[in-house]
Write a protein that binds this ligand. Structure first.
Ligand code: ACO
Length: 320
C-alpha cells in the first residue's frame, strides 16, 4: 500500500511586504534582493500565527480532498516556528479543525520538514497503522529573524501549506532523507538558554544565522544527487518526471540544480518570487499553487526535494 496526495491547501498572511517596503526600513534595495535571490515580495504575519495559518490551509486541503476532519487519523506539522513549545502546532490544528480521531505531533527538520513529514506519514500508511494523514508545513519565520540583519531577514517569509494523503495503490514511489548534524552551524538559530537558579544568563537573544555561501554549495551539490538517487531507486530518469517541486530558498540554487540535472526550468515552478523562503512551508505552498493552477494531472510523476538546517535533505518521488 502507498500513500497518495488527494488534496492540498495553503494560506499566506494578508500583509504583503515588497522589497521596496523593506528598503524604507533598512539599507537594502529591490535590485540587490531580486538579483541575488529572485524574491520580489513576501507575506508577513500581523494577526495570523503558525497555528491559525495551518488551520486555514488544513480546511482548504480537506475540502479539496472531500474528506471530513473526523476521518483524519494522523496530523504532522513540519515547523521550526510553532507558537508554543507545547501544545504542538499539530495539536492546535487538531483542535482547530475538529480532527478528534487523529494523533498529532510536530516534526522539525527545518526546510526539509515537509518532505520528512510526508515520508513519515507514508511509512505509517505503508505499514497499515493509519489509513490517511494530514501533513502540513508552516512557518512564522518573521518572529525568529534579526530585523537588523539585512543579509538574512530579507530572504524569508511566513505561510503554511497542507496536503491530505490517503492509502492507495499509487502515490509515493520512492524517497530518501539524510542529516549531517556536524554541519549544523552553517544554518542555525534561536539558542534556548539554560534558565534555572544555578545559571547566570544575561546574554542577548539569538536569531537565525547562516553562511549563505556554504548553504549554496551544500544545496547545489546535494539536491541533484538526492534526486538522481531517488529516480535510480524507481528505475526512472529525469525525463520521466513532469514537475520538480524544489525548496524555494533562492532562484540561483533552483537554476543551478536544473542545469546540473539537465532539466528545463519550465518543469521547476517557482513561488519564492511572491513568498520568499518559507522553510518547511515552501514545498507544500508551492504544491498547492501548482495543483490549484491545474498544472498536475493524474499519473504525473512529481519530485519534491527539500534541504536546509540541520543540515538535512530529502527527496520524494510520487505519482499524482
Ligand atoms: N541589501 C543590500 N546589501 C546587502 C544585503 C541586503 N539585503 N545583505 C547583504 N548585503 C551586502 C553585504 O553587507 C555585503 O556588503 P560588503 O561587500 O560591502 O560587505 C554584500 O552585500 C555581499 O554580502 P554577502 O552576504 O556576501 O552576499 P551574497 O552575495 O553571498 O548573497 C545570499 C547572499 C543571497 C544569501 C547568497 O549567499 C546566497 O545565494 N546563498 C544561498 C543560500 C540561501 O539562499 N540561503 C537562504 C536560505 S537557507 C535555506 O533555505 C536552506
Amino acid at each position: 500500500m502507498n500513500a497518495r496526495i488527494i488534496g492540498t491547501g495553503s494560506y499566506l498572511p494578508k500583509r504583503v511586504v515588497t522589497n521596496d517596503d523593506l528598503a524604507k526600513i533598512m539599507d537594502t534595495s529591490d535590485e540587490w534582493i531580486q538579483s541575488r535571490t529572485g524574491i520580489k515580495e513576501r507575506h508577513l504575519v500581523v494577526e495570523e500565527n503558525t497555528a491559525s495559518m495551518c488551520i486555514e490551509a488544513a480546511k482548504e486541503a480537506l475540502k479539496d480532498a472531500d474528506m471530513a476532519a473526523e476521518e483524519i487519523e494522523l496530523i504532522i506539522v513540519a515547523t521550526l516556528s510553532a507558537d508554543h513549545v507545547t501544545p504542538s502546532a499539530a495539536c492546535e490544528v487538531q483542535a482547530g479543525i475538529g480532527a478528534v480521531n487523529a494523533v498529532a505531533f510536530d516534526l522539525n527538520a527545518a526546510c526539509s520538514g515537509f518532505v520528512f513529514s510526508l515520508n513519515t506519514a507514508q511509512a505509517f500508511i505503508q505499514s497499515g497503522i493509519y489509513k490517511n494523514a494530514l501533513v502540513l508545513g508552516a512557518e512564522t519565520l518573521s518572529r525568529i529573524m534579526d530585523w537588523n540583519d539585512r543579509g538574512t531577514c530579507v530572504l524569508f517569509g511566513d505561510g503554511a501549506g497542507a496536503a491530505v494523503i490517503k492509502a492507495d495503490d499509487e502515490g509515493i514511489m520512492a524517497f530518501e532523507q539524510y542529516s549531517d548534524g556536524a554541519k549544523g552551524h552553517v544554518l542555525a538559530g534561536i539558542n534556548r538558554k539554560n534558565n534555572n537558579p544555578y545559571v547566570k544568563n544575561d546574554t542577548d537573544p539569538t536569531y537565525v544565522q547562516m553562511d549563505g555561501k556554504e548553504v549554496y554549495s551544500f544545496a547545489v551539490s546535494t539536491v541533484p544527487k538526492s534526486i538522481q538517487n531517488v529516480l535510480d531507486k524507481a528505475n526512472m530518469t529525469v525525463e520521466d518526471v513532469d514537475v520538480f517541486l524544489l525548496h524555494q530558498a533562492n532562484i540561483r540554487i533552483i537554476q543551478s540544480v536544473a542545469k546540473r540535472l539537465k532539466i528545463s526550468l519550465d518543469k521547476c515552478p517557482i513561488s519564492l518570487d511572491h513568498c520568499g523562503n518559507l522553510s518547511a512551508a515552501s514545498i507544500p505552498v508551492l504544491l498547492d499553487e501548482v495543483n490549484k493552477k491545474g498544472m498536475l494531472k493524474r499519473g504525473d510523476k512529481v519530485i519534491l526535494s527539500g534541504f536546509g538546517g540541520g543540515l538535512t535533505w530529502g527527496t520524494t518521488l510520487l505519482t499524482w
